[in-house]
Design a protein around this ligand. Structure first.
Ligand SMILES: Nc1nc2c(c(=O)[nH]1)N[C@H]1C(S)=C(S)[C@@H](COP(=O)(O)OP(=O)(O)OC[C@H]3O[C@@H](n4cnc5c(=O)[nH]c(N)nc54)[C@H](O)[C@@H]3O)O[C@H]1N2
Ligand SMILES: Nc1nc2c(c(=O)[nH]1)N[C@H]1C(S)=C(S)[C@@H](COP(=O)(O)OP(=O)(O)OC[C@H]3O[C@@H](n4cnc5c(=O)[nH]c(N)nc54)[C@H](O)[C@@H]3O)O[C@H]1N2
Ligand code: SF4
Ligand SMILES: [Mo]
Length: 716
């Protein structure tokens, strides 16, 4: 970018976070110091604004609590501040050679599978993020870490139904007459899509929000439909049935481009509006109205959020939701259809990025939602996990059954390495802490799961102190372990280039120079204002049609976050049709458990935190407030709880504390506590994930954060 007249230099940035918006940023640097970070005005999605989390990203870089040098644990585990470990400063050389020595010992005694990496989208970058460690760990022969925190259920369902298509362009939503935002709190979590929704609304579109409580987005829409958590499958099947009953199915579209309609029609029969009302709590008349409006207000589109998959039948529900725009013929129109993850259209060379060819056949897979069981011995693993390497994830805050994880991390025989920015709830239990660089301190390339732009991140400043980019860590560790494969010698610039399929027509013949000049590139998926990718079917499925009926389909975890590894898939035969599978925990489905724990809890994202990032920063906590528990006036009164009272939320898995917010935004029987708060900063050593179960959803081993019963009591 241009050097300006004043001493400030600017560089292209890409927000590294796990957020659909993948904002294009501008780093401002003076005297080698990052002084400001702004949204790129030219970027059609970012439009010059960053969200409340990132608008002062430079302060995050300069946070005085930031880890600046490597550290080694001293003394027994759990005897340091906040119940964590005590540490002493060491050099990188000492850290890397200690890791190498401990790993060589573990490998000779137990084999390399006793080592397990743990990563997620704390950084989404192709070079510095989630998959960046795959080549190294696959080469090492460690246990494969299956990563299904997010969208794995809705993605497996999507690939089965529609194939790898990016679906509706989020920018094309301006052309919609009817927009459904289903289990997505856009104003907090997908902020840069909201202006497109508002533009459509200004042009006359109706905005419907399907959410288990009155979220910010539900309040801002035209109509809030409020099913009980985990009952979306019944609602969607009811909408399908009602569309059929009202004669509103686009029969021509269905005949040509949809497979399995007669079977779906048969299955949908039992989902009468009355039955749907009984299961979901949504009025029968509203089910009928929703079906009618969606089918008749074209173009109509659904933006599906991540929360739909977070219950036992969540991914099965996603399949039912996916069928709705196919039956309505919405795909015929510009802006009509479904938006799940544009990611599927990105020409990323995932195989090159993850190097599954390094994995020895038969290597075991351990899922990240079962980390607690893997560490505390509940999962029978031979060899046991003797070393854990954590980067770009904070499992003690974000993974379910966190008390089990903490129990495991306290094992004296477990050698834990954590690469982090802060001494968070996971890092505090490490044997070795490595200080990681932040975005702006290393080169990277971002794909997006919320729009069609690749975004380039330049190195604007050197990492402070002794912080190092993740990519450097792999180079050092590869050298320590004696791996001389070319991939471990490539520079960040070479890796950025290597991971894009430049020859794909969607790259339009550009090369790296384009990114250096412009900072971002819209992959060529067709123009926003005329794009109808599936007006004539052309779905990338085996039949080329929407596959509602699946013959012999088996459960699987969608790539890319499984290291692209095909071994040890679950393989259970799936229900051939979409449908409704009741939640595991609710008063209706588990009355015995509900006697002790009568309330269903949901734990969506916090507005001012990005998962657990920023939850240690006073100015963000000020915006977000302390951990709260939203409870209805009816449930509060029963428990003698008043606004602002300290409360404990608990079940057999654990407990956490927060303050009560008594509000009609939540229906009786439901409580809401948002995610991301640090245990060490909460009123008690617990968080929402102390109570959540590690049971999987029915497809794609997705989490079930919306499928948990609890009791709430006042703390005296
Ligand atoms: N501010 C902020 N933004 C973020 C994040 C963050 O932590 N904070 N995290 C990022 C990440 S990793 C992701 S995956 C996305 C997720 O973004 P979203 O897809 O928006 O996910 P959530 O906020 O968890 O949940 C969305 C809504 O679903 C509702 N919900 C929960 N369970 C159910 C259910 O069973 N049925 C229905 N119909 N609704 C339900 C919740 O009440 C919530 O309002 O956000 C990203 N953006
Ligand atoms: N109850 C409940 N639990 C949930 C969810 C929910 O809705 N409810 N949502 C789930 C979802 S959708 C997701 S995606 C997961 C998210 O789970 P995580 O990905 O574990 O989320 P973060 O808290 O953002 O943790 C990322 C960590 O990586 C660190 N980090 C960032 N960049 C870098 C880097 O470049 N290098 C290194 N070494 N570290 C870096 C950050 O400091 C941070 O501590 O949580 C899941 N957990
Ligand atoms: S967290 Fe999301 S909305 Fe905020 S700056 Fe990053 S990409 Fe943009
Ligand atoms: Mo996520």
């Amino acid at each position: 970018m241009n050097e300006q007249l004043n001493p400030t230099k600017t560089f292209f940035g890409a927000c590294p976070h796990d957020c659909p918006d993948t904002c294009a940023m501008v780093y401002e640097v003076a005297d080698g110091k990052l002084v400001n970070v702004k949204g790129n005005k030219e970027h059609p999605i970012t439009r010059g604004t960053l969200c409340v989390k990132l608008k002062d990203f430079h302060d995050h870089h300069h946070n005085p609590d930031r880890l600046m040098y490597p550290m080694r644990r001293v003394g027994p585990k759990g005897t340091g501040p906040n119940g964590g470990n005590n540490f002493e400063r060491i050099t990188w050389e000492e850290a890397i050679s200690e890791i190498g020595r401990r790993w060589r010992d573990i490998i000779s005694e137990y084999g390399a599978q006793a080592i397990m990496p743990q990563s997620y989208l704390g950084n989404m970058g192709l070079v510095q993020g989630i998959n960046s460690g795959d080549p190294f760990f696959n080469r090492l022969g460690s246990t494969v870490n299956e990563k299904t925190y997010c969208t794995s259920g809705s993605s497996s369902a999507w690939l089965l139904t529609y194939g790898p298509t990016g679906g509706v362009d989020p920018e094309s939503f301006v052309h919609c007459k009817y927009i459904v935002i289903w289990a997505c709190n856009s104003i907090s979590t997908n902020l840069h899509h909201w202006p497109f929704v508002l533009e459509a609304q200004k042009r006359g579109a109706k905005v419907v929000v399907v959410d288990a409580y009155k979220s910010r987005t539900a309040k801002a829409g035209d109509w809030h439909i409020c099913p009980k958590p985990g009952t979306d499958g019944a609602l969607a099947m009811g909408v399908i049935n009602s569309m059929i009953q009202q004669g509103l199915v686009d029969q021509d579209y269905v005949d040509k481009y949809v497979g399995g309609y007669p079977e779906l029609k048969e299955r949908a029969k039992e989902f009468t509006p009355e039955y749907v009302e009984k299961v979901t709590g949504v009025k029968a008349a509203d089910v009928i109205k929703f079906a009618r409006e969606f089918a008749t207000s074209q173009p109509s589109a659904i933006r599906i959020g991540v929360a739909i998959e977070r219950s036992t039948g969540g991914a099965q529900a996603a399949r039912a939701v996916y069928a709705i725009p196919a039956l309505a013929g919405s795909w015929r129109h510009v802006g009509g259809g479904m938006l799940q993850l544009p990611l599927w259209d990105f020409p990323v060379d995932w195989v090159k990025a993850a190097r599954p060819d390094f994995i020895k056949p038969g290597t075991r897979v351990v899922n990240n939602l079962r980390l607690g069981q893997a560490l505390n011995g509940e999962m029978q693993l031979d060899p046991p996990i003797k070393s854990l390497f954590v980067f770009c994830t904070n499992p003690v805050s974000q993974s379910p059954e966190t008390n089990k994880i903490v129990e495991g991390l306290k094992r004296e025989d477990l050698f834990t390495v954590v690469a982090e920015h802060f001494l968070n709830d996971t890092a505090k239990y490490a044997d070795i802490v490595l200080p990681a660089a932040m975005a702006g301190e290393a080169e990277d390339m971002m794909w997006s799961w919320g729009h069609f732009y690749f975004t380039y991140n330049q190195k604007a400043v050197d990492p402070p102190g002794e912080c190092k980019p993740t990519s450097d860590m792999w180079r050092l560790l590869a050298a320590e372990m004696g791996f001389d494969d070319p991939v471990f010698k490539m520079t960040d610039a070479e890796l950025c280039e290597a991971y894009i399929n430049w020859g794909d027509p969607k790259m339009g013949g550009i090369d790296m120079n384009y990114f250096k000049e412009h900072g971002y590139y819209r992959i060529d998926v067709g123009p926003v204002d005329t794009r109808t990718p599936h007006a004539e079917g052309k779905f990338p499925t085996p039949s080329g049609k929407v596959e509602i009926l699946l013959k012999d389909a088996r459960n699987f975890v969608a790539p890319p976050f499984r290291a692209m590894y095909e071994g040890e898939q679950d393989g259970t035969l799936l229900d051939p049709l979409p449908g409704y599978q009741p939640v595991r925990e609710s008063p209706e489905t588990n009355p015995d458990l509900a006697k002790r724990y009568p309330l269903n809890i949901i734990s969506p994202k916090s507005h001012a935190f990005l998962n657990s990032c920023y939850a240690n920063e006073p100015h963000k906590i000020k915006v977000q407030g302390e951990q709260f528990v939203l409870i209805s006036p009816v449930d509060a009164a029963k428990r003698n709880i008043r606004e602002g009272d300290p409360v404990r939320v608990q079940n057999d898995r654990g407990d956490f504390q927060g303050v009560a917010r008594v509000s009609d935004d939540v229906n009786p029987g439901i409580v809401v506590a948002t995610l991301g708060y640090w245990r060490q900063l909460n009123r008690s050593d617990g968080s929402v994930n102390s109570i959540s179960s590690d049971a999987w959803s029915n497809i794609g081993r997705a989490p079930t954060f919306s499928d948990n019963l609890v009791e709430v009591t006042r703390v005296n």
